[in-house]
Design a protein around this ligand. Structure first.
Ligand code: HEM
Length: 401
């Protein structure tokens, strides 16, 4: 109970805290509070340096690796250097290749999603259903067999991943002085067991199906069988797909139904270095950064800056795209540079498809809780709505064949 309250106070408070502080003190901050010591930045120049021009000087780092190992293992999301590069080389050819036939998978899972909405009497918690939809889709397309979580009421893997993400996010913020990495995994042991039970089952199935059931060119599972030296290596690639496929895609769809946005991200200075701006009387002088300093760069903070995007920066107004073209470093929901999202084109085409299909099916969608325009944000690895996004769906009357 106490942990639950502390958790929501902490994880729901970070985004508003950062917004308030940047309004007062500028867009690059040195934060030192309650054991947390880090640099926070929403300056595009600094984000460009971290993602691209000084890429080799900022990495995930040893402490983040230790903290997130219980969920991410040695996967692409937790590692730097040659281990990261090997995963990237394995995944890149498969994840970046869009296939129009993959939309057939989307349709199959959209049908299951629509069934769940209808069974719920057309008032449904879309945070839960869209996370399940994304997980089912990504596992089907890239791992041959869908998790099928939309068909199983009680699906403990989702809760296990949520709990691990929340626990590790708290440990990450309390990282400085190794505090976070010293808090043992014992508190989340049952969730680790649940995750590993699922991963072991998946790896066994991948190894048993010696030939891909998919027609056409080789798929990711073929590469996993061919190139990975151990079950552990396959497990690391599979868990990366669960992490990448479940939350970012599912949450983007959830925010799209409520409103659109995304992203906090963390790097560690792996040598003494600097950021281009953030100090001096006008905050435009470089900032010296010591090795080991943790940097939170906030894409969501940057994308809500009224001095860059105008006074309506926080308003959901998709029409802005008709005559607005942000510069590369002012708009980075998928990252840029060497660690750019490998699932970007897959995610965009399947989000488009899913949203179109949902709006084809329903003539109106309304929030179940009226006047809840400004949804709170919870930081749990990704930025989630702080409370369920419950929507009321009004069917068109004639079902689509
Ligand atoms: C709207 C949906 C998505 C968004 C907004 C998104 C965003 C991102 C971002 C910001 C990163 C950088 C993370 C970091 O630096 O730690 C990333 C990395 C990655 N994403 Fe996505 N992603 C989405 C969907 C997907 C999907 C569906 C897949 C897989 C099918 C995927 C695969 C990956 C992988 C493998 C990486 C690691 C790249 C690396 O570290 O080299 N993403 N994504």
């Amino acid at each position: 109970m106490a942990f639950g309250l502390a958790k929501s106070w902490y994880l729901d408070g970070i985004v508003p805290y950062a917004a308030k502080r940047t309004r007062e003190f500028g867009h690059t901050l040195n934060i030192d509070i309650l054991g947390m010591h880090l640099i926070y930045t929403e300056d595009p120049e600094n984000i460009e340096a971290i993602m691209s021009t000084k890429f080799s000087e900022y990495g995930k780092g040893r402490d983040l690796y230790r903290i997130w190992k219980n969920l991410m293992g040695d996967s692409i999301f937790a590692t730097d250097g040659s281990v990261w590069e090997a995963s990237k080389n394995m995944m890149h050819p498969h994840l970046t290749k869009a296939r129009t036939t993959d939309l057939d998978y989307s349709e199959e899972h959209i049908q299951k999603l629509l069934k769940r909405i209808s069974e719920a009497g057309h008032t449904a918690d879309m945070s839960d259903l869209l996370t399940r939809f994304s997980l089912d889709l990504v596992t089907h397309v890239f791992l041959e067999e869908s998790a099928n979580s939309l068909e199983i009421r009680d699906f403990p893997l989702n809760n296990a991943m949520d709990q691990l993400q929340a626990f590790n996010t708290i440990r990450t913020i309390f990282k400085q002085g190794y505090w976070g990495s010293l808090v043992p995994d014992i508190f989340v042991r049952s969730h680790m067991l649940e995750l590993n039970k699922y991963l072991d089952r998946r790896v066994d199935t991948i190894l048993q199906n010696s030939k891909s059931t998919n027609k056409g060119s080789p798929r990711l599972v073929d590469s996993l069988r061919l190139k990975c030296q151990s079950k552990k290596e396959i497990k690391d690639q599979v868990v990366a797909l669960l992490i990448a496929g479940r939350d970012p895609l599912g949450l983007s769809l959830v925010w799209a139904l409520h409103e659109l946005s995304l992203g906090f991200n963390i790097r560690t200075a792996i040598e003494d270095t600097s950021l281009p701006v953030g100090s001096g009387s006008n905050n435009r002088e470089p900032v010296g950064i010591l090795k080991g300093t943790q940097i939170i760069y906030s894409v969501i903070g940057m994308q809500r800056r009224s001095d860059i995007f105008g006074d309506d920066a926080t308003v959901f107004r998709p029409e802005r795209w008709e005559n607005w073209s942000p510069s590369k470093w002012e708009y980075a929901p998928f990252n840029h540079g060497p660690r750019v999202c490998l699932g970007q084109s897959f995610a965009i085409s399947h989000m488009r498809y899913a949203l179109c299909r949902i709006f084809q099916e329903y003539q109106a969608i309304a929030p179940a809780i009226p006047n809840e325009d400004e949804k709170g944000m919870r930081l749990e690895l990704n930025i989630k709505p702080a409370s369920p996004v419950i929507c009321i769906f009004k069917p068109r009357g004639v079902s689509r064949e």
